[in-house]
Design a protein around this ligand. Structure first.
Ligand SMILES: Cc1cc2nc3c(=O)[nH]c(=O)nc-3n(C[C@H](O)[C@H](O)[C@H](O)COP(=O)(O)OP(=O)(O)OC[C@H]3O[C@@H](n4cnc5c(N)ncnc54)[C@H](O)[C@@H]3O)c2cc1C
Length: 482
């Protein structure tokens, strides 16, 4: 891979972006909050329009050009931030494409460019009947960037929000895949289109650069509150099975979150004894009241819980950062999100990678049974015993059958020894969880080679052949799922 950008290409790139501040050469020395090796990056390009992205791809589709690696806002903290997998790629940062092109709160969708942040879109939806399915990460993260990595919001996985993409292909054409609203009559979202569905060819993908997308906007419940249930660690199995039944029978909506003590304190809530579950109930006011009563009665009858609090009567304390983020987040509001980011990594969004404390994610899916969740948490105890690092765990119950177990490693990045220890713990997590059948659904930049271990070989070969057909000159740099 070329180490430098040939100078005629640089001249052309500078002409395209049209402003010296939009081409960094070489970029300032990077760092990432996970302490992963910094990849040599010959240049960073910051286009401000779709036309510029098209022109850049056209210019780089020439022999001897380094490949392009796209990020939206580049805040993929815990998985590698804005680093590519391999050194030598020119990074294309799309935060300058920040237009909300169209929004329809009646039909429930927004057309957003790659740099549109969740805070920006959430603000546009305040006081409407629609909301954004926000994640628990910073308000400054990209809606599209997160959806492209198949991230998870408080209401559901972002893949369920994403219905269409506008993609610059390696041959510099602009393709719209999935569903796109018509100019005259918008129609109804159909992410699959007719025939083979192309939308997810471009998520967790290095087949093109996504410049815009269509995001569905859930209806805002007329009444909504979050119930907080605490329970001791010894009740975990039965509590999880109980939540599963409630979720399957529709007693609450969205993603149920359970924090253990380590995880709660990592994200900014101290003094939790045992586990704390947050579940959101909503609907018409009568439905919200009825569900609250049913859940409260069920919780009491089960004898598993030490306390049940409802956010409308006992709002979270000012220093209970996690509960405040979740309560606001379930109604599509990111007002408290930066507090949680600061608690987790000690810095605000712009400084997380340069100066934030060490942070790594490991993200496996686990069957939603008490036995499986307990077994997965026991693996974390083993990692603790073997490395001295206690991973935090948040159970994100996505639906009545699937848990996204968010494992976080928090460490002191100023210590080389502690950083190496965290990386050892991460390797162990991959080995142990995979051996138990609990496979990750997102990879970090150091474990991209696990694609070979985790994928069906014939299907992986098919994807690689599709890549060769679509990008024979390797204009787009290999990603984490290559
Ligand atoms: C405290 C804390 C809480 C967090 N909570 C959550 C959470 O609740 N849910 C969650 O999912 N994550 C969470 N994260 C992780 C992360 O911060 C988010 O996933 C964040 O949205 C990703 O960063 P981004 O939006 O800037 O995307 P980017 O970093 O821009 O993009 C992510 C990846 O998608 C690909 N990509 C991005 N843009 C493009 C493009 N235009 N074309 C092609 N490929 C592209 C690239 O591979 C890139 O690495 C959390 C992190 C922290 C520290």
């Amino acid at each position: 891979m070329p180490e430098n950008v040939p100078s005629p290409l640089l001249t052309r790139a500078r002409q395209i972006v049209g402003d010296d501040s939009r081409l960094l050469l070489p970029p300032p020395p990077g760092a990432n909050v996970s302490g992963f090796a910094v990849r040599p990056t010959p240049a960073v390009l910051r286009p401000s329009s779709v036309e510029q992205v098209l022109e850049l791809v056209r210019a780089f589709n020439t022999p001897g050009s380094p490949p392009l690696y796209a990020v939206s806002t580049g805040h993929n903290w815990g998985l590698g931030s804005r680093e590519p997998v391999h050194g030598g790629a020119v990074r294309v940062e799309l935060h300058g494409l920040d237009r909300i092109r169209r929004i329809d709160t009646d039909r429930g969708w927004a057309v957003v460019e790659a740099g549109v942040t969740q805070r920006q879109l959430a603000a546009r939806l305040a006081d409407t009947g629609r909301m954004l399915n926000v994640t628990a990460s910073s308000g400054h993260t990209s809606v599209l960037g997160n959806a492209l990595d198949r991230g998870v919001g408080l209401r559901r996985q972002r893949v369920h929000d994403l219905v269409g993409l506008e993609v610059v292909t390696p041959e510099a054409t602009l393709a719209r895949v999935g569903w796109w609203p018509g100019d005259e009559a918008a129609g109804a979202p159909n992410p699959h289109g007719l025939g083979p569905s192309l939308l997810h060819l471009y998520t967790q993908s290095d087949l093109g650069i996504a410049v815009a997308g269509v995001i569905r906007l859930p209806h805002r419940p007329e009444a909504q509150r979050v119930l907080r249930l605490t329970f001791p660690a010894e009740n975990l199995r039965r509590a999880v099975d109980t939540f599963r039944r409630w979720q399957a029978q529709g007693l609450f909506q969205g993603v149920l979150k359970i924090y253990d003590t380590t995880s709660a304190s990592s994200y900014g809530t101290r003094d939790t004894a045992g586990h704390l579950a947050h579940l959101s109930v909503g609907g018409t006011p009568a439905v919200a009241d009825a569900l609250t009563r049913i859940v409260t009665d069920e919780a009491e009858a089960s004898g598993l819980f030490t306390a049940v609090h409802r956010s409308d009567r006992t709002p979270p304390a000012d220093d209970d950062v996690v509960s405040r983020v979740i309560e606001a987040g379930h109604s599509g509001n990111t007002d408290h999100h930066e507090d949680m980011l600061r608690s987790a990594v000690g810095r605000d969004a712009p400084d997380v990678d340069s100066a934030g404390g060490g942070w790594i994610f490991f993200l496996p899916l686990v069957p939603y049974t008490g036995a499986d969740v307990a077994a997965a948490l026991r693996l974390l105890d083993d990692v603790h015993a073997r490395t001295g690092i206690r991973p935090g765990a948040t159970v994100n119950a996505l639906d009545p059958d699937v848990v996204d177990l968010v494992v976080s490693l928090r460490f002191d990045r100023s210590s080389a020894e502690r950083t190496a220890g965290a990386h050892r713990a991460l390797d162990l997590l991959y080995e142990m969880f995979t051996a138990a059948g609990y496979l990750p659904y997102r990879l970090d930049i150091e474990h991209a080679s696990w694609m070979d271990r985790l994928s069906d070989p014939v299907s992986l070969d098919l994807v690689r052949r599709i890549r060769t057909a679509l990008d024979p000159n390797r204009v787009i740099a290999p990603g984490r799922y290559s």
